[in-house]
Design a protein around this ligand. Structure first.
Ligand SMILES: [Zn+2]
Ligand SMILES: [Zn+2]
Length: 261
């Protein structure tokens, strides 16, 4: 059984403990376990021994079990870290603790505008990463790609921007457990500080931007999505009004401020 599943199962059983204790007390009372009557079905000393075991030994056994499970997960975590480039840390507490501030690119997709990674995973301005491949992962996990990624250098993210049209440059802070690579970070949670609004229309590349528009894009499997881009007055005028959004409204919808550079 996987350690995560074992942990969940233990916690479920542990929740029943107070109920079982109340039941035991009730039954002991009914059987006269607390009275000094010589004819009681349950003698007083037997009741006390039973309760001592239940109230002290059972929780201690659970604590020991949790310690064993916890220890084996720590060992597994360190095993995963060892022998891999740049991750030779003797203890989980020796992981680098530098401030993880970085840059990345994202699209804005959805009928309700949502920041979306190039992999198609949507996220909020302040969010924790989820692993799409393994529900037991608490990102980031070594050997998996889960977690929020960011470049250390703004120029690297800006270069990616030129390779992927209809994407925006984000300034982010990463938090929680994080892996530090030479060019960037991968971490548990992320706060988007700012989105750099392009100077020029994403369509004509000549005129200054005026508003956002959304168009339906067809994906490879017929499934599509609403894709948002920012355009000039002229290029956005052909889009129906219901598919347009003012820049200020987009900032509110995403919950982040835009940097006009
Ligand atoms: Zn994962
Ligand atoms: Zn234009």
């Amino acid at each position: 059984m996987a350690r995560g599943t074992m942990n969940h199962r233990f916690i479920r059983i542990l929740r029943l403990y107070p109920l079982a204790l109340a039941l035991l007390l009730g039954v002991a009372y009914l059987l006269g376990g607390f009275s000094n009557r010589p004819d009681a079905v349950l003698p007083k000393n037997v009741t006390y021994t039973m309760l001592t075991i239940f109230m002290a030994v059972v929780p201690l056994a659970f604590m020991a079990a949790f310690l064993v499970i916890g220890n084996s997960s720590d060992r597994k975590f360190l095993q995963n870290l060892r022998g891999q480039d740049g991750f030779d840390y003797g203890s989980a507490f020796d992981l680098p603790s530098e401030e993880m501030h970085g840059f990345k690119i994202a699209q804005i997709r959805g009928k309700v505008p949502t920041l979306t990674g190039l992999t198609g995973d949507p996220y909020k301005a302040d969010d924790s990463a989820k692993c799409e491949l393994n529900p037991e992962h608490v990102p980031p996990v070594k050997g998996c790609q889960c977690g929020f990624h960011a470049f250390k250098d703004r120029d690297e993210a800006a270069f990616e921007l030129t390779l992927h049209p209809k994407t925006f440059l984000l300034d982010v802070d990463l938090f929680g457990l994080g892996f530090v690579y030479s060019r960037g970070y991968r971490a548990e949670s992320q706060v988007v500080n700012q989105l750099s609004l392009p100077k020029r229309c994403m369509n004509c590349k000549v005129l200054p931007v005026s508003r956002f528009i959304s168009r339906y894009q067809f994906g490879p499997e017929y499934e599509g999505w609403w894709q948002w881009e920012v355009r000039c007055v002229i290029c956005s005028s052909v889009t129906p009004t219901k598919n347009r959004m003012e820049i200020a409204d987009m900032q509110r919808a995403l919950g982040i401020s835009f940097l006009k550079d």
